[in-house]
Design a protein around this ligand. Sequence first.
Ligand code: AMP
Length: 174
Amino acid sequence: MSETADLKTIIRDVPDFPKKGILFKDITTLLARPDIFKRVIDQIADHFQQKKIEKVMGIESRGFIFGAPIAYKLNAGIVPIRKKGKLPYKTVSATYALEYGTDTLEMHEDAISKGTRVLIVDDLLATGGTAKATAELVEKCGGEIVGFAFLIELEFLKGRQNLNGYDILSLIKY
Ligand code: AMP
């Protein structure tokens, strides 16, 4: 069995969550396995080890779970990218389209500075709207996006097209 096939059997598919027609990729079954969790963190950190990452941007909320150990392994800081209204200090914000309406992500304005080398991390790349909004936050503060890392990529949603030109690592593709 290939490594990817093996990971696919560990992720649980939950149909019609959070609403009808969505096949939700439940990663809690993977997080609960210490051997597998370690393997995916190591694989992502290894890929970016030589890239001089200074800050990892973890996207709320499952991006925090992967972002923090990756940052630790890369000797980088971790920056929380949060939904609107959660961060206590001055923020920059980026709004992106959802299926119905919009959502806004925020980052502390002093979380990174001009030229900071960053890696953007989330559990899953779907349409790419969330990741692209995070890239906007980084660019507003003059940061340099070295790459994106996801555990899962839903290729049929073509999120990569939203992130053209960047180094994008995803370990499991559907
Ligand atoms: P998008 O902005 O469309 O790329 O969506 C990515 C965000 O939505 C990530 O933070 C994912 O955790 C979440 N997400 C989108 N689709 C799914 C799915 N099918 N299963 C689990 N999480 C999803």
